[in-house]
Design a protein around this ligand. Sequence first.
Ligand SMILES: Nc1ncnc2c1ncn2[C@@H]1O[C@H](COP(=O)(O)OP(=O)(O)OP(=O)(O)O)[C@@H](O)[C@H]1O
Ligand SMILES: [Zn+2]
Length: 432
Amino acid sequence: MEAQQESIAALEAEIRELQASLQRKKDELHSLKQSTVTAGKLTNNDIARYSRQIILPQVTVAGQLKLKASSVLIVGAGGLGCPAGLYLASAGIGELGIVDYDTVEVNNLHRQVLHSELTLNLPKAQSARAALQQINSQLKVRTYEVQLKSENALEILQPYDIVLDCTDNVATRYLLNDACVLLKKPLVSGSALQFEGQLTIYNYNGGPCYRCIFPTPPPPETVTNCGDGGVLGAVTGVIGSLQALEAVKVLLKLDGTLAGRLLIFDGTASSFRNVKLRPRREDCAVCSAKATITKLIDYEQFCGMRASDKDMALKVLQSDERISVEDLKSIRDSRKPHLVIDVRNPLEFEICHIEGSVNIPLKQIIEDKGLDDLKQRTSGGIPVFVFCRRGNDSQLAVKHLRKKLEGVAEAKDVVGGLHAWHYRIDNNFPIY
Ligand SMILES: Nc1ncnc2c1ncn2[C@@H]1O[C@H](COP(=O)(O)OP(=O)(O)OP(=O)(O)O)[C@@H](O)[C@H]1O
Ligand SMILES: [Zn+2]
């Protein structure tokens, strides 16, 4: 029995090796065909337009032809995808694919430089295509107004030479990694948050894949996105532009790419650092000979972010421990005594807050710091209503406050937070 299993495993390994070798031959054939099909076909316009890069010894006419025959898929037309798209379109890449399922919001405009006031509320993929074709009418752009998922990823990625991960969530990072490994495509992966950015190329030139570096996903509650943590537009501009640069280097087969290295940009100190990444993991779940992932999986579940799990984690309260914005509005209108606590950080509190509310950040509540006068302020059973931006942190805060104020006063979570207040009570109250 054991001997049989060993021969099955050996045969499977041999098949994988044969498949890899077949793919290498296919790639070789593809580039040979490309070089013959495109040889000597720069138009006068191309020469005039790209002359400043054609005269670079690393590019030359041959290189420009390679770029013209290349295709790049940009996943995410946000803070990173926009600058990356700009430079790829300008460089004379033949075809760009753009995947994004979102629409342009006003809070995108400080960094997502392909979108504008004219394209607010339009699908980002459409808005990006229009902007890119304005820059370069020769460029072919294919848009995919869908969420990239296991069901569609292989089909969408298949036609492209290289993929840019310009998204903002861990599940899509694993999905793109696995799809690129299965399809044998390089993945230029960028990220930016606050004043810092990072960049590398996975699955290229014998370098590691994303799973080699991060075999298991981080706990969902430790992940911060731009919406919560903030980001400076120029920082996404730096990283997105570098993603375009790395893609061009890969397409031109130049040395010195970031495969096997991670570039870290610190915008506060204006410094770049290079960190050597660990080599490919011999037992990597997707890129090694011992791979267990041979087709795409459920990435939201893998990353522990299934909507139901997330809801469970957040639903820490019973319904009588919460209040709707409408009911809170009636209490405020009737001028019954009450206390509104806002648990966002002080910088966010400064942006906007409900009149008369008191700012006690969630961290302080969890650590039970500076809450001493709260019992006094609520004595006689003055009810406490807790706000945050969208109604998640406030639930956690209420859980703690109810223990703290037990026997003194009742604390309730305001369902939906300040967003609900804006949409259902007062449109003039700002949201962000
Ligand atoms: N699986 C996916 N399929 C398609 N597009 C995706 C996927 N995951 C993320 N994106 C897109 O990637 C882009 C990332 O952009 P960015 O990081 O600037 O954040 P944002 O979602 O636009 O803004 P914010 O985080 O501030 O609300 C977004 O436009 C988002 O729609
Ligand atoms: Zn790997």
